[in-house]
Design a protein around this ligand. Structure first.
Ligand SMILES: [Zn+2]
Length: 254
């Protein structure tokens, strides 16, 4: 079994601590800010040996150097972003299976937010660490694109089992939900998820993790190939890539 601890950092970021309770191995997904992560390791009495990085943005890597002053860490991250992540020890490629504890993390390519963004999936206990590729009710801003590759990456994440627990790099669910409901106003799954997220926020809880199966029903960015979404954007019958790109642009302007 793996235990996952979600650590809020900066304004909206999350770092994730993964603990294998068979081998005792401990790892971190992304390092937005060292202090809250150090506090969490101290409170949990855990010592990490690995960091798995999803992409090169500063709010995912700036904690690495200060954490290395406290721990002996091997840093894994996308090979294609090696020039932008100077701390990488192990450059990983999509499809790689990285041993962790008594299981492994598989590396899934999901570019678009950044050119080499990867996600990590733990098949032994279906869990997806999506970074900024996929959020609850949304997806990352498309800084690098292109839209066909970003859409292809989101479909790879959508192909994972419904029972998957989804962890993301940011707490954006309610603002994403506000946009999503303008696109897909009659979607009961979306309405339900927004209600759930609102009540989580009201009680001071994060809205993550969430269930990937319900995201598939509620998140418009995972539904860009649904005729209803295309119709809403005036793109009926067009390639879903066009719908995805229009959706992403509409969100940027929301
Ligand atoms: Zn980012």
């Amino acid at each position: 079994m793996f235990k996952i601890h979600q650590i809020p950092a900066l304004e909206t970021n999350f770092a994730l601590i993964i603990e294998c309770d068979v081998t005792g191995e401990v790892a971190l997904i992304d390092a937005p800010d060292a202090q809250p992560i150090l506090d969490a390791f101290r409170d949990l009495d855990l010592t990490p040996t690995k960091i798995f990085v999803t992409h090169h943005h500063w709010d995912h890597v700036q904690g690495i150097d200060p954490l290395r002053e406290h721990f002996d860490l091997t840093v894994f991250g996308p090979k294609s972003e090696a020039k932008d992540i100077k701390q990488l020890d192990v450059e990983v490629e999509p499809g790689a299976m990285l041993k962790f504890g008594d299981g492994h993390l598989t590396v899934i390519s999901c570019p678009g937010h950044t050119y080499g963004h990867i996600a990590y999936f733990l098949p032994e206990q279906p869990t997806l660490f999506a970074g900024d590729a996929l959020f609850s009710l949304g997806c990352g801003r498309m800084f690098d694109g292109p839209p066909d590759q970003m859409w292809a990456g989101l479909k790879r994440l959508r192909d994972l089992p419904d029972a998957t627990q989804l962890y993301c790099g940011h707490e954006y669910t309610l603002s994403n939900g506000a946009f999503a409901s303008t696109i897909d106003p009659d979607n009961k799954a979306l309405e339900q998820r927004i209600k759930e997220a609102q009540s989580q926020i009201n009680s001071g809880q994060p809205t993550l993790p969430t269930n990937l199966g319900s995201e598939k029903l509620a998140n418009p960015f995972l539904r860009a190939d649904q005729p209803l979404i295309a119709e809403k954007l005036g793109l009926s019958g067009k390639d879903p890539v066009e719908t995805f790109a229009a959706l992403r642009k509409a969100k940027d302007q929301f």
